[in-house]
Design a binder for this molecule. Structure first.
Ligand SMILES: [Zn+2]
Length: 155
């Protein structure tokens, strides 16, 4: 069986000076760190490495995401730093993600059901064929919308 494990290390970055877009503080100190997640197979074979850089405003404690690595951010001016920051996810975005997750359970089941229904009704020319085509179209649409929503949330 294929076995994957994941380990995350926090690599501290330099302290930066930031014009914070959240608390509007000018020349506030911000500390930075990289979160490096290494996925390994069987604990030894290195598979995938993802790095997420965080910038934390010391005035308002907002945790921003930034294009890393953190070491590169020290060279930026306070304004340049503010420009590369991505705001933290809001409560609404998180709620939407949870909601999408809750609903996602059903579309997948519904998609499987729709495919089964469509395959079994594919050759029929009467109403079940039409209904299963509509069901398939609806569940595909729902899955695509959720896929796009998931992508937007990830950005
Ligand atoms: Zn701030």
């Amino acid at each position: 069986m294929f076995f994957l494990s994941e380990s995350t290390i926090q690599r501290p970055g330099p302290d930066c000076v930031l014009n914070c877009p959240v608390c509007n503080g000018l020349d506030v100190t911000a500390f930075t760190f990289d979160l490096v997640t290494q996925t390994k197979a069987y604990f030894v074979v290195k598979m995938m490495k993802t790095t997420v850089t965080h910038v934390v405003c010391t005035a308002c404690h907002t945790n921003f995401f930034a294009r890393g690595p953190a070491a590169r951010l020290a060279d930026l001016t306070p304004d340049e730093l503010a420009a590369v920051l991505r705001p933290p996810t809001t409560f609404i975005q998180k709620s939407l993600a949870v909601l999408a997750l809750l609903v996602a359970i059903f579309p997948i089941v519904c998609l499987v059901m729709a495919v089964i229904a469509w395959v079994s009704n594919r050759k029929t020319r009467n109403w079940p064929g039409m209904v299963s085509k509509i069901a398939l179209a609806i569940s595909l649409l729902v899955s695509v919308i959720l896929g796009i929503a998931a992508l937007i949330e990830k950005r």
